[in-house]
Design a protein around this ligand. Structure first.
Ligand code: F6P
Length: 325
């Protein structure tokens, strides 16, 4: 077993529901194994600014169900510089911290990988992002909650779309990936789904409109992932130019997708992964992400999860199309 006496935990990048449950699992597992835990506030910025606080079991009481991250988060430009990472290392030494657990997305793991190599500090990553775009895990912490939030919002939009016989284009998050859009589209029965992974979707939509299939319906929902070519307003404009009689509205769901109490699945995933992260450190692992594949915990080297792109299941676009007529 590795000789680890004190670890640090931080959340980095965009927050995701379930981050608090993850911190709780890390803290309680460490205490179970007689390891001290320090919370590092505001992500890598707090590592550089020495914002450390010892966490006890009761510090993480009553947070398993809370959205956001009580440690707070940041996207740190300073940690991208060798000077910033040097300062971070000095703070870790000063606080006698032997290893780091980072909860975040691929940008956060890239930083952790460089830091670990530069300063010989074991780092373990836990995938916390609503985008579900990490290679090496079937699910990221926060995705299920965000998906349910999106589905709930679209169900409501469908009510008003139906009353007014309108077409709604709804933009959802996901950065460069279409996981939220595609899954939410299938779950809400959207008439069309735009995702960054598929090209020429405007043409496909216009063809579908030409066939009259969408117009046969009194209202319709089109989901647009934020990374889709052209963007939601441009797509809306192109449709309106060709079909001026359509009453079109654009709705950008935005940051509400990142909030809210995590679902049971996200709490469960966060808890399993948090335990696995501390056990991985004890098992002498470093520079790996804890993933969840086929309902099992796996370890994926940082360089694999950062470099490889997670592909969407191409067959799902067909499922969405077949069910949308
Ligand atoms: O990665 C999570 C995410 O919410 C993306 O879906 C989105 O593109 C981005 O973060 C938004 O970042 P910010 O909160 O910095 O605007």
């Amino acid at each position: 077993m590795a000789n680890i006496k004190r670890i640090g935990v931080l959340t980095s990048g965009g927050d995701a529901p379930g981050m608090n449950a993850t911190i709780r699992a890390v803290v309680r597992t460490a205490i179970f194994y007689d390891i001290e835990v320090y919370g590092i506030y505001k992500g890598y910025n707090g590592l550089i600014d020495n914002e450390f606080k010892k966490l006890k079991s009761k510090s993480v009481r009553d947070i398993v169900h809370r959205g956001g991250t009580f440690l707070k988060s940041s996207r740190s430009d300073r940690f991208r510089t060798p000077e910033g990472r040097q300062q971070a290392y000095e703070n870790l030494k000063k606080n006698e911290i032997d290893a780091l657990i980072v909860i975040g997305g691929d940008g956060s793991f890239m930083g952790a990988g460089i830091f670990s190599k530069e300063h010989d500090i074991p780092c373990i990553g836990l995938p916390g992002t609503i985008d579900n775009d990490m290679f090496g895990t079937d699910f990221t912490i926060g995705y299920d909650t965000a998906l349910n939030t999106v589905v709930e919002a679209i169900d409501k939009i469908k009510d008003t779309a139906g009353s007014h016989e309108r077409m709604f284009l709804v933009e959802v998050m996901g950065r460069d990936a279409g996981f939220i859009a595609l899954t939410a589209g299938i779950a809400t029965g959207a008439e069309a789904i735009f995702i960054p992974e598929v090209e020429n979707q405007v043409d496909t939509l216009l063809d579908t409109l030409k066939e009259g299939k969408v117009e046969e319906k009194s209202s319709s929902i089109i989901i647009v992932a934020e990374g889709s070519k052209g963007g939601v307003n441009e797509i809306a404009k192109q449709v309106k130019d060709l079909y001026p009689h359509l009453d079109i509205r654009v709705n950008v769901l935005g940051h509400m997708q990142r909030g809210g109490s995590p679902t049971a699945f996200d709490r469960f995933l966060a808890s399993r992964m948090g335990v696995a992260a501390v056990e991985a450190l004890l098992d002498d692992q470093r520079s790996i992400m804890v993933g969840y594949v086929n309902h099992e915990i796996v370890h994926v080297p940082f360089n694999k999860t950062i470099k490889k792109q997670r592909n969407l299941d191409g067959g799902l676009m067909k499922v969405a199309k077949v069910l949308s007529i």
